[in-house]
Design a protein around this ligand. Structure first.
Ligand SMILES: [Ca+2]
Length: 150
């Protein structure tokens, strides 16, 4: 069972680091469209590194429905891949862009240059994105959850 969703801020990032460094964790992401279409992904090896980088890491997709085979969170070769990226905010730019992804795309996230996924992007815009589900569609909801791996 997955617990309640976690709102991402620096306090919860510290909590995520503590939780993911003590045990093998699985990350589950659920996304939905206004028409009721849903999808989910589960990734093994979810880990958030210590302050103040809070790098995102997953090993591989272990379960999925309604998602494409592209833009996996475990990818790390593309400019928009978030794996191993530090958490960036508008006033703490850790992305690989010459610009400031958090300022330009709204919300804190593990930006690269800039991103194929941004579950903290502004609601009702295409900045709220998860390309593995549907590129450039307006999502209704997204949830990130974690649980102990089997
Ligand atoms: Ca930058």
């Amino acid at each position: 069972m997955f617990g309640n969703g976690v709102e991402i801020n620096f306090r919860s990032l510290g909590l995520l680091h503590a939780m993911t460094s003590r045990a093998n964790m699985t990350l589950r992401i659920e996304v939905s469209l206004p028409d009721g279409t849903t999808g989910f992904d589960e990734y093994s090896g979810f880990y958030i590194s210590p302050p103040d980088q809070y790098n995102f890491k997953v090993d591989r997709r272990i379960n999925s429905a309604g998602m494409s085979r592209s833009y996996l969170l475990s990818d790390s070769r593309g400019n928009g891949d978030i794996n191993h990226q530090p958490f960036s905010t508008y006033d703490k730019d850790g992305d690989r862009s010459v610009d400031n992804c958090a300022r330009n795309h709204g919300g804190g996230w593990w930006y690269n240059d800039c991103t194929y996924s941004n579950l903290n992007g502004q609601y009702n815009t295409d900045e709220f994105r998860y390309f593995s589900f549907q590129p450039f569609r307006a999502f209704k909801t997204s949830t990130m959850m974690l649980r102990l791996s089997n």
